[in-house]
Design a protein. Sequence first.
Length: 264
Amino acid sequence: MHDDTVAFGERNLQVRATPGHTGGCLTYVLDDRSMAFTGDCLMIRGSGRTDFQQGDPGAMFRSVREQIFSLPDACLLYPAHDYRGLTVTSVGEERRFNPRLGGEAGEGDFTGYMKNLRLAHPKKMDVAVPANLKLGRPESDPVASEDPSWAHLKYSFAGIWEIDPHGLEEHSDKVQILDVREPREFEGPLGHIRGAQLIPLAELADRSSELARDRPVVAVCRAGSRSAQATVILREAGFADVANLAGGMLRWRAEGHAVEGGSA
């Protein structure tokens, strides 16, 4: 249970409740807080799924932020498994680089991302495991193997093509800018990019036909996590040229690019 200790020799592990993947997930923290074992909650640049066994994305977000990211940056983190062969990360790395939970991602970004993962049920592990060994790409992934030629893109650790704000501004006349936030965010303090088309993430699978297939699509959200999932949805719908705006509207505004609406 939470705050229990597990003693071994002269050392002990503190038990921290970190529900989200399931209702009973636990993280074990070494007594000097130099390392922790995060189970299926926080993964290396990812997280456990939250769509079965009492999973709750909001609970997972709070678990990570309150129980794991509250540890020192140098604290080493060991997840239960990683299909890429990675074994260890750190609090500082995940706070900075985790595409789902790190950086400026808020609870709404994370829950929106997780609720739209649409993962296969675990009974299809014979499909999921080989896909995870290839950074989540199934054999039928329609994305071309060569680098995209329509803009300078970066292939992220999470397996997503990304474009930075300068690159998007440079190619804005050649692409479709897809904003996947909610309407209140689109018209809210951050504003939106001129010419952006609003299709909330939860509606994208049903409304992807509103986008042209002969022009690249750049997906945008608040911090970059919901829009990353939007690129996955679009690839599944057969769109070949899609990219995520790295850092979302927070980075776009921080770097001084023009917006419509919003506040100073």
